[in-house]
Write a protein that binds this ligand. Structure first.
Ligand code: MLT
Length: 404
């Protein structure tokens, strides 16, 4: 009889944010009169900016006429968008990235989850701990992570790089040599970032041991400090060791529209084989191209008008980040992040676990956050709040926490 992929059975029952969603739904069903404020999943709340809405309308109109109708998109993305990204996101910053090294997709989550497919089944992964759960879960599905230890909350074949207050949330080079190194900068969940100098250490290391860095830069638009690079390709040597993931979700509010891209430089070779060719083959086989309408909308992200409107939107969320950061500090919490990222990472009160604090906040303040332990063992004792709520709710949530 056919068997299912048993690796899936090793995973927790549901994805972290689904578990939280279910808990909150159950709470709301029991207490329908409570106004629950959700600062859990990092989902945007502000509407698409006018420049994007206009681009969407125009593209929809084109689809209604035979002369301008578009069927399947090119599987790797329309040239107009790939060229614009190469020029505006990379060449303008001095990064040598060509349009043909950019692969348009339906979002960074899919690419972060799928990229492991082009590497060998026995590739050893290293992850920051805490970490965005997709990196580990997708490798569990592929059977790469070994066995789960309930006691330590770790997988036997994964190299964990603890990021805690003690090391400033900066991952240290691992003792064992990994093949794939996942880095998320600015970081989800801790909201911290790596400077150019700190990132250069990783690029040099990866090149020296023949590892590949899988660099998730989904929160790049939130970088405020000059010494934090916006792309790993700002670091010399990254073309031979790094793949970068970018998203339109957080910089342009596309969480419900869906669009992202991945950069695979042609200089990145493993055993003499270009990763670029394999990713192109995978993309072409399993993906039929992001919608024309959505790729046209993304063009508005790079227009002068769109850029100005999105700068305001990012500033709106970062004002929330400041409200959360300052408010929690005032309330006596130990708080991190929120400077280069829309996430605030706080230490939970002594004697509570992350999930205890989740329940406490939900029951006493009706505020939803994300328990740090959901991101890995070193996340235990921490808690994440997102700045993606609306301003009024964010202020109210923090007032409620302060009044506890
Ligand atoms: C998060 O809350 O960590 C993010 O929203 C997840 C995601 O971007 O997929």
């Amino acid at each position: 009889m056919v068997k299912l992929n048993e690796n899936y059975l090793k995973l927790p029952g549901s994805y972290l944010f689904s578990t939280i969603g279910k808990k909150v739904a159950a709470y709301s069903a029991e207490y329908p009169d409570e106004k629950v404020i959700r600062l859990g999943i990092g989902d945007v709340t502000q509407p698409l900016v006018p420049a994007i809405i206009q681009a969407l309308h125009e593209a929809v109109e084109e689809m209604g006429h035979a002369e301008t109708f578009h069927g399947y998109a090119p599987d790797l993305g329309y040239a107009f968008l790939r060229e614009t990204i190469a020029e505006k996101d990379y060449q303008a910053r001095g990064c040598e990235i060509g349009a043909d090294e950019i692969f348009i997709s339906d979002g960074a989550k899919s690419d972060c989850g799928n990229i492991q497919e082009i590497f060998s089944a026995d590739a050893r992964i290293a992850v920051c701990d805490p970490v965005y759960p997709v990196y580990v879960d997708s490798n569990v599905m592929a059977g790469r992570t070994g066995e789960y230890d309930e006691k330590t909350g770790t997988w036997s074949n994964v190299i964990y790089m603890p990021c805690t207050a003690e090391n400033g949330f900066v991952p240290q080079l691992p003792e064992e040599t990994p093949d794939l190194i996942y880095l998320c900068v600015p970081n989800n969940p801790t909201g911290t970032a790596l400077t150019r100098e700190q990132l250069a250490v990783w690029v040099d290391y990866a090149n020296s041991v023949g590892a590949v860095i899988l660099y998730d830069a989904a929160y790049e638009a939130y970088i405020a400090q000059d010494d934090v690079p916006h792309s790993i390709y700002e670091i010399p040597g990254a073309r031979t060791c790094a793949i970068e993931f970018r998203s339109f979700s957080k910089n342009a509010g596309f969480t419900g529209v869906r669009l992202g891209f991945t950069v695979v430089p042609k200089d990145l070779k493993c055993g003499g084989v270009m990763a670029h060719g394999l990713w192109a083959r995978r993309h072409g086989t399993k993906f039929n191209g992001a919608p024309y309408i959505v790729q046209k909308a993304a063009m508005a992200v790079y227009s002068e008008e769109g850029k100005a409107q999105l700068k305001d939107q990012v500033a709106y969320y970062m004002r929330n980040a400041k409200v959360i950061f300052d408010g929690l500090k005032e309330a006596g919490y130990e708080v991190y992040g929120g400077i280069n990222a829309p996430y605030i990472w706080l230490k939970v009160p002594e004697g509570m676990t992350s999930w205890d604090f989740f329940d406490y906040l939900l029951e006493k303040a009706h505020v939803v956050g994300t328990p740090g332990s959901g991101f890995g063992p070193s996340g235990e004792g921490y808690f994440r709040l997102t700045a993606f709520g609306n301003y009024e709710n964010t202020v109210e949530a923090i007032d409620r926490i302060k009044n506890l």
